[in-house]
Ligand binder design. Structure first.
Ligand code: NAD
Length: 300
């Protein structure tokens, strides 16, 4: 099977590498030359454009930053001409794993359906470590038969595949999950810094929390305090991982989802504002766990 993979960033590159490892012919496209080189070094092919990558592909996977990139790729924009959907033959399967709004996912899926192209939204959770290990969680929105067709591809990149509902439902699930993640990350940083200011060793405090009622994926697998966990972005100066600006985008999507139905999400709103302040202070490109620094006490 030929797979086109568009967007070879922190997540897309390790995901595409797993597809290469599984024996698929993968042709990647990214705006970054370094990303293309990295895919080639792993045995993948590369193209000069998304259209070229998709030429002859039965499946297209995209892993782009935000809705604007996804819409521009598939629907095209005034400046960049026609989108990929205009070129894909009927029967092609499109898997968009980017985190975007439910409404944008539905808009692109509707346009795909009009061209006879099957599309599912399949955002992921697990971070870069799970992307590299092939243990991501996929939250899928779309038709059951399209998910069944996608399974052999998704199974090579992830361990858990959930069908959340119709088009956009995967994105709704992802936005709810990431709103909770933003809240838990902020709360964990606050609690760790309080303990540190009182003289506790953060490693010992993390071990205690990790086996107590404050345990979470953040404490145990993505600890934001440097020196507590080798595999966490905090161990490498918050480089790579999940950018603060991407978390800010996801919290904005949560606010949109809440506004649509007049829901009250006070903690999500607070987390969005904290990450907005953190981004405005120049930390947008750093992993979102770097918000740990914001809670540093004058006493520590
Ligand atoms: P990233 O910024 O590292 O990667 C995005 C890549 O897309 C970049 O390499 C960029 O050059 C490329 N790109 C942008 N526009 C393009 C275009 N028009 N054509 C081709 N390539 C283009 O982002 P990421 O961390 O890999 O995240 C990707 C998506 O996955 C986002 O929607 C994010 O919210 C979501 N996500 C990220 C994580 C994480 O831990 N990083 C976890 C779950 C979900």
């Amino acid at each position: 099977m030929n797979i086109a993979f568009i967007g070879l960033g922190n997540m897309g590159l390790p995901m595409a590498k797993n597809l290469v490892k599984a024996g698929f012919t993968v042709t990647g496209f990214d705006l970054s030359a370094a990303a293309l080189q990295a895919l080639e070094a792993a045995g993948g092919k590369t193209a000069d454009s998304a259209a070229q990558a998709a030429d002859g592909a039965q499946v297209v996977v995209s892993m782009l930053p935000a809705a604007a990139h996804v819409k521009s790729l598939y629907l095209g924009s005034g400046q960049e001409g026609e989108g990929l959907l205009a070129r894909l033959p009927a029967g092609t399967l499109v898997i968009d794993s980017s985190t975007i709004s439910t409404s944008a996912a539905r808009e692109v899926a509707q346009a795909a359906r009009e061209k006879g192209v099957a599309m599912i939204d399949a955002p992921v959770s697990g971070g870069t470590t799970a992307a590299a290990a092939g243990t991501l969680t996929f939250m899928v929105g779309g038709a059951e038969q399209d998910l069944d067709q996608a399974r052999p591809v998704l199974e090579k990149m992830g361990k858990n595949i959930f069908h959340a509902g119709g088009h956009g439902a995967g994105q709704t699930a992802k936005v709810c999950n990431n709103m909770l993640l933003g809240i838990i990350m902020s709360g964990t940083c606050e609690a760790l810094q309080l303990g540190i200011a009182h003289g506790l060793d953060p490693k010992v405090l993390s071990e205690i929390m990790g086996k107590s009622s404050g345990a979470s994926w953040v404490v145990n697998s993505y600890n934001p305090c440097p020196g507590t966990l080798e595999t966490s972005p905090s161990a490498r100066g918050y480089i790579g991982g999940f950018a603060t600006d991407l978390m800010l985008k996801d919290l904005g999507l949560a606010m949109e989802a809440a506004t649509d139905i007049r829901a009250s999400v006070p903690l999500g709103g607070l987390a969005r504002n904290l990450f907005a302040l953190h981004s405005a202070a120049g930390n947008g490109k750093l992993d979102f766990g770097s918000i740990f620094r914001m809670f540093e006490s004058a006493e520590s």
